[in-house]
Design a protein. Sequence first.
Length: 519
Amino acid sequence: MGTVVRTGGLQGIDGCQVNVEVDLCRGLPAFHLVGLPNTAVRESRERVLAAVRNSGYRLPAGRVTVNLAPADVRKEGSGHDLAIAVAVVAAERARLGETVPGPERGVLLGELSLFGEVRPVRGLLPIVLDVRSRGGTTVAVPAGQAWEARLVPGIEVVAVRSLREAVDWYLRGTAPAAERPEREDRGRTDGRDRDLETPARLRPLQLGHLAQQPLACRAAIVAAAGRHHLLLLGPPGAGKTRLAHLLWQLLPDLTPEEALAVTRIHSAAGLLTTPGLVRRPPLRAPHHTITTAGLLGGGARLRPGEVTLAHRGILLLDELPEFGGQTLDALREPLTEGVVRIARNAGHCAFPASFQLVATANACRCGFVGSRVRACTCAATDRARYRARLSGPLRDRFDLTVEMGDGQSAPLLAPVGQDPAGGSAQACLQEARRLLGEFRPPPAAWPLARRIRGHGLDQAAVDVLERSRVPLGLSIRGVLRACRVARTIAALDGRREVIAADVQEAVQYRYEALGQDDA
């Protein structure tokens, strides 16, 4: 006798359907699990047998064969435990002559303890999304994760706490005991301080704490309005990292579609800890010792990397030259395309990676070249070697590059009640985002001249761009990125047209505009 129960698996950040097929036959007692399982799935044999026995059910007396179909897809994780145990119990009931439902009953997901408790699993949200895309309507999930499954509209969620509740629901339709009310989600979605997650608490005076760096604060506002990539250069202690964190605070909340996409990624990575959607843009700040696979994703299980975990948010690379050169150059394609395509022996995956890159760097190895606080101890060759750690193609992808001074020109106790950019930063950002939302960027297939005009530049602005292009040695990418920055600057001033002053400010933010000693 045999039975089939549906469950789901995870491939990268996408869910996939898995059917648990159980066959009982005569022979010496044995339990065989096939279907390309990994170590965690193979060990489910011991968990399932102990959970079935400790839940008061009779174990099959003969040979038990469990197949996880499709057999050519590698199965990972412990989320198949509940479906395997229910399928074994259902197969035994069918052997005794009882009528058991078919796989259309619903999808079961959950890990089992040795005593039959149902525990949470990683990647529940993408699996439930896959169930809905295949026409499924009902899922049975761990009670502690029912909130995550309910994020998907159109799905009936059955919250189970034990194997016995799951069997009673699957075989008899008995509803599990009423759930305890979940803790209200108050917006705390990524474990950070709650004050940093509430945009209503942000005030223009937040940037006033860096009143000694007006140009850097202005660049941060431009970057926040247009989601431009930002590189901050300066001596140690100038406030580069602090400004990068303040930039994250200036970002708006995610839209419902973006929130669901980000929550799906974090669910697949096992980072969801509190109920509710991830409503704030993620901020990822990996250490400079990270590997290329850790940054871009991959590995034996094809897991998402930091660039995917920073999707719709900020990827902060502090002390950029300390990262490996090969690791940094691997960012070039994701920065351009917004997606990471990974091909490994385990398969092929395309991870979303539409992030905003914010990086900080010292001007030299000791960090004090050009500083009035300390004298630089680096030789000219050492400074050139340090600058060479950042390849030209990567530098060209930064829309904004700002050199931060040592802050010696401003009083130590400068007032912090004024926004160094002038006016209300939040009001300017909201209006700028509205204007930028109405703008449709010119298609990449258009000729260069038409694409430049498509950004709204008047003739005087085009003339300024033409005069600046050759002396600075701007590439075509650099020209187009300068046009995008000028478009954002105009929006911050409440204008739809881009004038010459906007282009002049945009060009001064290019890395090529820095002096050789300031690189």
